[in-house]
Design a protein around this ligand. Structure first.
Ligand SMILES: Nc1ncnc2c1ncn2[C@@H]1O[C@H](COP(=O)(O)OP(=O)(O)OP(=O)(O)O)[C@@H](O)[C@H]1O
Ligand SMILES: [Mg+2]
Length: 541
């Protein structure tokens, strides 16, 4: 083989590894997100505005739920010109202690929810710090905090030093504030307030509807005040913290858990750290896995962890406990859909718990609504369908294309159920509840298209579609019966006169008998009238 001569530009010298690596630099996670803010949901002016509100509101709901407090949240937005807005979000949660404020709201990948195996809205420790970063990046200004816990009440300003992902806390002062809670306010640039399907108002409305125990006040940039009132005065049962199931673990999870374990042996470490691992299971694992189960867990290396993960797949397990999941429930879904759409008919399904990645429990709830304000009006004044997606009671307004819910909707053979998503005013609602929602990206806007999740959503939608089909078929049949009844009853009057003339019998009596005959033939008449006035079955009144 003939070696090609190096192509050399006369003006350039060939760089040595040393000269190239002189530029070698380490980047912090916040520097990474500074350059890739779209990954956090900051792409597009209106989208970025909703992302900020979403991150703070989900945090407030999580914090109140964790502390057993009925949430009261106030969101205020003021136009600050040139695509800049002042945003303030205040809650009555437990607040954040002074010593954690910098880590909590100005350090990426820090928080109290990471690896907590409890159903919560937040899970990564990125959301709030991402907002702090976005504010500094777009306005150069810190965010302002007021926090009151049971022990202290203070105010401060926060920003992130992106070089090393550390918080910069300034202007710390004590304040007087009654009750506990957190208020975050700041000026954010490159955002825009828009009303509409994917705006802040809709986001808050949907959040309030699926979280009926919370009260949200919203003051929009026109100073218009909206209150989404609390409709349930009970604090929802706190989601139970569970241990992870062996089939839901990654190699890295095993390493992380083993490093913090106080157990003396791998066998007891596995039994005490994960659910469904009994002494009997350890014996089964010993037969399929060539590691020493009596050595300390701190000695588990990558190969051991990989062997364990493979061994987990070789034996049978009882499914994980799903009692930790906090779902909406059929009646809440119905109320939600009714409030948003006021449809003609709703069918609702709550599926049994299922498992994805082999070890993470989840529950799918879904609803299909037709008529009323369901569906979307097209430009030609026709209708088409729309999908309302929720994950752990949080509305998902963006990135529908990559979402498991959208994919599942595509997989249902709607024609089979006489439902035309292109033409009928149909709305579909799906809520996935899990201790871990596998989002497609860090922005938490869509659910990964894992096959077991897509299939389960599809089955839930098919359940609803079946019921809807039944309703539509009955409605069609009733319409036909009614039109037959109406065309025949028209002749009763005339026929009664003719028969009375021929037979010399009483016309009134003949009319009554004929009417009864026609009515008894079209027995559905009464039902039809009820259906028309919206009084039967699942029809919405
Ligand atoms: N309103 C609040 N009240 C009390 N604590 C809060 C509040 N907001 C945030 N926190 C604390 O700050 C931490 C960091 O919040 P952040 O939004 O960055 O991450 P997260 O909610 O844990 O996860 P995610 O990135 O998925 O949102 C939280 O884990 C929580 O401990
Ligand atoms: Mg959060």
């Amino acid at each position: 083989m003939i070696a090609m001569p190096p192509i050399n530009n006369a003006n350039e010298t060939v760089g040595s590894a040393d000269s190239i690596f002189n530029k070698f630099k380490e980047h912090s996670i916040s520097e990474f997100f500074k350059k890739n803010k779209q990954m956090l949901g900051y792409s597009g002016l209106a989208h970025s505005m909703v992302t900020i509100v979403h991150e703070y509101v989900t945090n407030s709901l999580d914090a109140c739920e964790e502390a057993g407090i009925l949430p009261e949240i106030t969101v205020s937005i003021k136009d600050a010109g040139e695509n800049k807005y002042w945003i303030s979000i205040e809650d009555n949660g437990p607040g954040i202690p002074k010593k954690y404020i910098g880590k909590a709201l100005a350090t990426i990948l820090a928080g109290t929810k990471f690896n907590s195996y409890k159903q919560q809205r937040g899970q990564q420790g990125i959301g709030a710090a991402g907002c702090t970063l976005f504010s500094s990046m777009t306005t150069g200004k810190p965010i302002h905090i007021e926090s009151t816990t049971l022990n202290e009440s203070y105010a401060c300003d926060l920003s992130i030093n992106t070089i090393d992902n550390t918080p910069v806390v300034s202007n710390m002062s004590d304040i007087n504030h009654s009750g506990t809670g957190l208020k975050v306010e700041g000026v954010f640039g490159e955002i825009k307030y828009e009303r509409g399907d994917r705006g802040v108002y809709e986001y808050l409305k949907r959040t309030a509807l699926v979280n009926p125990h919370c009260q949200i006040a919203f003051i929009d940039p026109e100073s218009e005040k909206y209150i989404f009132t609390r409709s349930i005065n009970a604090i929802p049962k706190k989601p139970k913290e569970v241990k992870p199931h062996p089939l839901g673990l990654s190699i890295n999870d095993i390493i992380e858990f083993s490093q913090v374990s106080q157990e003396k042996k791998i066998s007891t470490f596995l039994q005490n750290s994960f659910t469904r691992v009994s002494p009997k299971k350890i014996e089964e694992l010993r037969k399929v896995c060539n590691i020493d189960f009596d050595k300390p867990p701190s000695e588990i290396n990558w190969d051991d962890a990989e062997m364990l993960i493979n061994a987990f797949k070789k034996i049978d397990w009882i499914a994980p406990d799903a009692s930790s999941l906090s779902i909406l429930g059929k009646s809440q879904i119905k109320t939600t859909v009714l409030n948003i759409l006021n449809p003609e008919y709703i069918s609702v399904t709550e599926r049994k718990p299922k498992v994805f990645y082999g070890g993470i429990p989840f529950i799918i709830e879904s609803a299909i609504a037709i008529g009323g304000n369901a569906g979307k009006k097209t430009e030609d004044n026709d209708y088409t369908s729309n999908i309302m997606r929720f994950a752990n009671k949080v509305p998902l307004l963006f990135d529908a294309g990559s979402c498991a819910i959208t994919e599942a909707v595509k997989k249902v053979s709607w024609k089979r159920y006489d439902i035309d998503l292109e033409k009928q005013p149909v709305s579909i609602m799906v809520n996935m509840s899990s201790i871990y929602i596998p989002y497609s990206g860090v922005g938490k806007e869509s659910i990964q298209q894992d096959q077991s999740i897509v299939n389960e959503i599809k089955f839930a939608l098919m359940d609803c579609a079946r019921e809807m089909h039944h309703y539509l078929k009955n409605k069609e049949r009733d319409k036909i019966e009614m039109s037959k009844y109406k065309s025949i009853i028209k002749y009763v009057d005339h026929l009664s006169s003719d028969l009375a003339f021929i037979t010399d019998m009483d016309r009134g009596m003949i009319k009554e008998k004929l009417s009864t005959l026609v009515e008894s033939h079209y027995i559905k008449k009464k039902d039809i009238e009820e259906t028309d006035s919206g009084e039967s079955g699942e029809q919405v009144i």
